[in-house]
Design a protein around this ligand. Structure first.
Ligand SMILES: [Zn+2]
Length: 274
């Protein structure tokens, strides 16, 4: 069995709600669940506009179908610090107390707008640091979905993205060779993936998205979950890995066998080869 989760980043008070509604309609048509990483605040006119129930009608409607899970996508998606390699971050390098304040304020907005608990955290730019993880643990979050470089914690399920949603079919096909290990594919998507957004880098349109969903549900060996569902199934005692540490020590022929667009569950130990 291959477990698949889809993550849709960046819906907010000021995002393209018409495109989001069309995406949710396709998901509902095919009965495919998704995790929406929503941004609680957006800068506008020198201030912040919060994602309220008024802005989130289409999201709330999709949430009521039971197919949409809401996760916290940072605070306002601003660059406030940098990761260890200089990459942009809203959290990495920011003092611990400030990080906690941003996370608490963001979660309160989403919980108010959606009337539900929020247990997942997706840092903007997929970057964060050990202070972020400590704050998430103290605040009772269940999982972190970021990049492979993100710090780990034994109390948080660690669910990094493994591929772009547009490449989901290739990722599933590659995962099949590791089917015995229970592989996981986490596909991430943004508005700019869709031609309907007007973005020059778009790779698919809504029909292409619907075709991918139809393909997913037609595969007998795929189970689609939200990230929260995945965290429950995998548990906090399991981490997902691509064994990238082995890239340095394995000969070329064996390196070819390491996963690149899917993840394999391993026990949550101080495992040196994640
Ligand atoms: Zn984002």
């Amino acid at each position: 069995m291959i477990r698949v989760a889809l993550r849709f980043d960046d819906p907010s008070a000021t995002s393209d709600h018409a495109l989001e509604a069309a995406i949710f309609q396709k998901l509902a048509c095919h009965g495919v669940p998704i995790t929406v990483a929503a941004i609680p605040f957006r800068q506008r006119d020198g201030g912040y506009v919060a994602l309220s129930a008024d802005h989130a009608g289409h999201l709330r409607q999709a949430q009521r179908t039971g197919l949409v899970e809401i996760a916290l996508h940072g605070h306002s998606h601003e660059e406030r610090g940098n990761g260890v390699h200089g990459e942009p971050s809203e959290f990495a390098g920011v003092p611990a107390l400030e990080q906690r304040r941003l996370i608490e304020a963001g979660r309160a907005v989403l919980q108010d707008a959606f009337g539900c608990g929020v247990s997942g955290f997706v840092p903007p730019f997929n970057t964060c640091d050990a202070m972020t993880v400590g704050a998430l643990r103290d605040l009772g979050f269940a999982y972190l979905s970021a990049s492979f470089d993100a710090p780990r914690d034994s109390k948080l399920a660690w669910l990094p993205r493994s591929c772009q949603m547009v490449d989901i079919q290739a990722a599933v096909v590659a995962a099949r060779r590791d089917a015995w290990f229970g592989p996981v594919v986490i596909g991430v998507m943004h508005h700019y993936d869709f031609h309907e957004s007007g973005a020059p880098e778009a790779r698919i349109d809504l029909e292409g998205f619907a075709e991918r969903l139809a393909w997913i549900v037609a595969q007998p060996d795929i189970e689609v979950l939200t990230l929260d569902g995945l965290a429950r199934v995998c548990g906090r005692r399991t981490h997902l890995s691509q064994f990238s540490g082995l890239q340095r020590v394995l000969p070329w022929r064996l390196r070819q066998r390491l996963p690149t667009q899917h993840l394999l569950p391993v026990p949550n130990l101080s495992f040196p080869f994640h």
